[in-house]
Design a protein around this ligand. Structure first.
Ligand SMILES: C[S@@+](CC[C@H](N)C(=O)[O-])C[C@H]1O[C@@H](n2cnc3c(N)ncnc32)[C@H](O)[C@@H]1O
Length: 481
């Protein structure tokens, strides 16, 4: 077995590396020789998966880190990585022109990370380079999608020029001019729409592989949210109630007190029935039965409604712990499958929003999803973004999982359960293996997951490089490395 040695720059929690380690081709595979990353939690994750000694923790721009890379990675065959995308927010004015863009790319201090990536490539001179970044990596200030696409394409072309000037071929097979590919992860076995720009470059003088989709046909359809997370145990959120009275629009709940409680109880009943039916643990049924007693006591109260609602929530919070439907106590298994805390208003919004719908639609009188109650409950400004709440659909791929989930997850509402997605669900929607464990607190985990190249996409990229390497050997009778 021959092994190509990989250096993963800006490695995050290891999505790119994981996919490369999964890549298989007869008689050849990859080894992650080193992964370089700044963030503590991400480094801890990397260490637990690729090994303590293979992680260089530090700032790529510093001389010490570079020296460590040069000392340990002189015989690296492949450099993979994507400098963080804000590095490229350089488009600014609508002026174009390749010379000007080139100068701006070089001069803009925000682009230092990009420069360091290529400085390291130039020094190590690996046979293969894979550069990844988000689609739309240029400033979103540019007006008009066409303009954005043109400018974006220009910057990518400049990056390709840079690689070419260092002796790499970036051209893609069966094409006269294509040098980069925009790939949607959903077409490569990831249950998520996620577009990424990929440049593959090599020093062998070979045309680079075009990555044909593996999914999206009748006999191999796109994977869905259901495929990825439906068989996980139910997780119910803790409900915050400390500032319940001052929550924006909580009066709407107060004025619909009985109906709101019933909405909540019906949701629990549906989950409980389903859970028993699926022969999972019966925690939700027990929770529902116990909470029903409290519900019967308070549902018809005409006064002190907020006081009673708080008591109800307190009881619920006790019960989710008692019946272990909030987290797995005494168990490391599925330890990252735990929900954030939510307030009662948001929980009612989560339940009543239709699967696959969002707040822009439930506030739009013209939409089939219009809902007067939800419209009056919406607590945010309506002038800017109306799609604050987005509920996922079982039968579709998920929306792009974002690092922003570390701030809030309102765009990632579970199709059925009254909460946003857990880190573990986000990890599965990103195609990380079930046994992969992210280190750090919950927000660190969301950030690492949202930033990652989906392993299933990275695997396809990796396999195309293994295949290219073997093809070179076959054609030339000499080894690529
Ligand atoms: C988009 S994420 C990379 C995700 C990764 N490729 C994956 O597949 O999981 C970019 C990473 O670059 C790291 N980073 C940013 N500046 C850095 C620097 N100066 N030195 C090292 N790492 C840096 C960030 O902490 C972040 O984890």
């Amino acid at each position: 077995m021959k092994t190509l040695k990989v250096l993963d720059l800006f490695a995050g929690g290891g999505g790119f590396s994981t996919g490369f380690l999964q890549a298989s081709y007869p008689d050849i595979n990859f080894e992650i020789l080193r992964a370089v990353e700044l963030d503590q939690a991400a480094c801890d994750t990397l260490r637990s998966h690729i090994g303590e000694d293979r992680v260089i923790q530090g700032d790529i721009t510093t001389t010490e880190v570079k020296e460590e890379i040069y000392t340990s990675c002189s015989d690296v065959d492949v450099v993979i990585g994507g400098p963080p995308c804000q590095t490229f927010s350089l488009a600014g004015p609508a002026r174009s022109g390749t010379a000007e863009m080139r100068q701006k790319l070089k001069d803009d201090p925000r682009n230092t990370l990009y420069k360091h990536f290529f400085e390291i490539v130039d020094r190590i001179k690996p046979v293969f380079v894979v550069f990844e970044n988000v689609e739309g990596m240029l400033s979103k200030k540019v007006d008009g999608a066409q303009e954005l696409n043109n400018k974006q394409a220009q910057v990518i072309e400049l990056i390709c020029d840079e690689l070419e000037s260092k002796g790499y071929k970036t051209g893609i097979q069966d094409s006269i001019s294509d040098r980069f590919q925009v790939l949607n992860a959903v077409q490569y076995g990831v249950p998520q729409n996620r577009k990424r720009i990929i440049i593959i470059a090599n020093r062998l003088g070979m045309d680079n592989p075009r990555l044909d989709p593996t999914h999206g046909w009748d006999d191999k359809p796109f994977l869905t949210v259901k495929d990825a997370i439906a068989d996980l145990p139910v997780r119910l959120p803790k409900i915050s109630f400390a500032r319940l009275d001052s929550l924006k629009n909580i009066d709407v709940i107060k004025n619909n007190y009985k109906a709101s409680l019933l909405t909540f109880m019906n949701m629990l009943k549906d989950l409980a029935i389903k859970e028993v039916h699926c022969k999972q643990s019966e925690g939700v049924m027990e929770l529902y039965s116990s909470l029903k007693e409290e519900y019967e006591l308070i549902k018809d109260k005409k006064t002190y409604k907020m006081y009673n609602l708080k008591k109800f929530i307190e009881k619920y919070n006790e019960l989710i712990l008692k019946y272990s439907v909030n987290q797995f106590r005494d168990s490391q298994e599925l330890c990252n499958h735990q929900s954030r805390e939510h307030n009662f208003r948001d929980i009612i919004i989560f339940i009543k929003t239709k699967q696959g719908s969002n707040s822009a639609r439930f506030m739009n009188h013209e939409s089939d999803d219009y809902d007067r109650f939800l419209d009056s409950l919406y607590p945010y400004s309506r002038n800017k973004h109306k799609d604050t709440y987005v509920k996922h659909s079982w039968n579709k791929p998920s929306n792009t999982i974002l690092a922003h989930m570390e701030k809030d997850g309102l765009k990632f509402i579970h199709p059925e359960q009254p909460r946003t997605l857990t880190p573990y669900e986000a990890q599965l929607l990103q195609s990380f293996p079930k046994e992969y464990v992210f280190q750090g607190g919950r927000n660190d985990q969301y950030r690492q997951i949202g930033n990652a190249v989906p392993p299933s996409l990275a695997k396809v990229i990796g396999e195309s490089i293994l295949e290219m390497s073997m093809r070179f050997e076959k054609i030339n009778g000499v080894q690529a490395i």
